[in-house]
Design a protein around this ligand. Structure first.
Ligand code: ATP
Length: 133
């Protein structure tokens, strides 16, 4: 199977730029696998994993919300944050998870539930990806 070009861009770095055989992302309606020759798309992504396949090698990264565009055999993922398993600070993610859980448990006036739920999802996703190390 032929390769196509993939770039993953965050506000502070070009996280990934290389030719790949396949990428699997978490779209709004489930996982989306992209191969060479795919018809153009532009679609939002959920907090989740990006699975990158180069030959027989698979790499997984954690991403937060973002979107993917595919055009002319080039896929671009733009996201607010992306990390490889060995970049993830487990203690920080565990603390973020606890913070979000206690905010959701207390439900004090003024707590932004969607914000706390999103922080919880980011933390759980990071812990899952860190475990793939
Ligand atoms: P925290 O509350 O710990 O800041 P967060 O989910 O609010 O977590 P984000 O806003 O998603 O953090 O990310 C902000 C920046 O910090 C990004 O550059 C992201 O890659 C980095 N980052 C966040 N959490 C971690 C972590 N556990 N390990 C490594 N980098 C992290």
């Amino acid at each position: 199977m032929a390769d196509f070009h993939l770039e993953i861009v965050t506000p502070d770095r070009l996280f990934f730029k290389d030719d790949v055989r396949m990428v699997i992302v978490r779209g709004m309606e489930g996982d989306l696998g992209i191969l060479k020759g795919r018809a153009p798309i532009a679609t939002p992504l959920k907090i989740g994993k990006v699975r990158i396949f180069q030959g027989d090698v698979e790499r997984v990264a954690a991403v937060v919300d973002g979107y993917i565009t595919v055009l002319n055999n080039k896929a671009t993922i733009v996201t607010d944050a992306a990390e490889w398993p060995d970049e993830i600070d487990i203690k920080r993610a565990e603390e973020a998870k606890k913070r979000a859980e206690s905010r959701l448990k207390d439900r004090r006036d003024g707590i932004d539930v969607m914000r706390a739920e999103s922080a919880l999802k980011r933390a759980i996703n990071r812990l899952e990806v860190a475990n793939l190390k």
